[in-house]
Design a protein around this ligand. Structure first.
Ligand code: KIV
Length: 269
């Protein structure tokens, strides 16, 4: 349990049939708690745009934001593998841009790998990064950076043709050198076939129980993000409720003159 998690650890876990537990984080304290709880992999997701920065989708988040949040997460983590999401337009424009930006995430914020979205088009980018020593996690199915192409957050790979396309893309990413692939919001049967076909681990989010690992957005697991709750989310706490209770308690105490007491104050000599 104490050994640092690397791409090799994840590969071995798949071989041994040990499920890989992953969550997102965007700040040092949450990352430290996740690490202490024994999480295997922390993704500094571009979901930070929605659950931290309040944007409607993931597109507006910038490289500088990802560098800042990844460095914060990294400072809280000893054991888990830390993966940084590559934001929209940081890798789609050219292989040179992808190399420069992925390199910055490793060099300036301490990420141990990057994640990027896309299938066959992304494969040459992945190959180039891996050849330069940058581990890459793929992301297929519902890829939120393509929200405007999809026209919403619908289930992907629903028919045979698109499921076959997804399988081909997964194989292309594996051949290009990805160490793992996130499968988002696809039928569990498709995820099962991909998982059984690939040697590298699949990490599911809304992709059923047959993936090698699971990932969720940490604010969903905590019950902190309340705008919407997807079917595939399981809430393990009501952090939003607890926070509101704490804030109201403080406000009431201040208004009623109950905080601070003299015990919570300093006295002259
Ligand atoms: O940005 C993110 O948080 C993600 C995960 C949900 C897979 O991409």
């Amino acid at each position: 349990m104490d050994d640092k998690v690397t791409t090799k650890t994840l590969f071995r876990m798949k071989q041994k049939g040990q499920p890989i537990a992953c969550l997102t984080a965007y700040d040092c304290l949450t990352a430290r708690l996740l690490d202490q709880a024994g999480i295997d992999l922390i993704l500094v997701g571009d979901s930070v745009a929605m659950v931290f920065a309040g944007y409607e989708n993931t597109l507006p988040i910038r490289m500088e934001d990802m560098l800042y949040h990844t460095a914060a997460v990294k400072r809280g983590v000893k054991r888990a593998m830390v993966v940084a999401d590559m934001p929209f337009l940081s890798y789609q424009t050219s292989i040179a841009d992808a190399t420069h930006n992925a390199g910055r995430l490793l060099k300036e914020s301490g990420a141990e790998a990057v994640k990027l979205e896309g299938g066959r088009v992304a494969a040459p980018i992945v190959k180039n990064l891996v050849e330069r020593g940058i581990p890459v996690m793929g992301h297929l199915g519902l890829t939120p950076q393509s929200i405007h192409k999809f026209g919403g957050y619908q289930l992907q790979a629903r028919d045979k043709e698109s499921a076959d396309r997804l399988m081909a893309a997964a194989k292309a990413l594996e051949t290009a050198g990805c160490f793992a692939i996130v499968l988002e919001k696809i039928p569990y049967q498709v995820a099962k076939r991909v998982t059984e076909t690939l040697k590298i681990p699949t990490i599911g989010i809304g992709a059923g129980p047959h993936c090698d690992g699971q990932i969720l957005v940490v604010d969903d697991v905590e019950g902190k993000f309340e705008d919407f709750v997807p079917k595939f989310v399981r809430r393990y706490a009501d952090v939003a409720g607890e926070m509101r209770k704490a804030y109201r308690g403080y406000i009431d105490d201040v208004r009623q003159g109950k905080f601070p007491t003299l015990d919570e104050s300093f006295s002259e000599e």
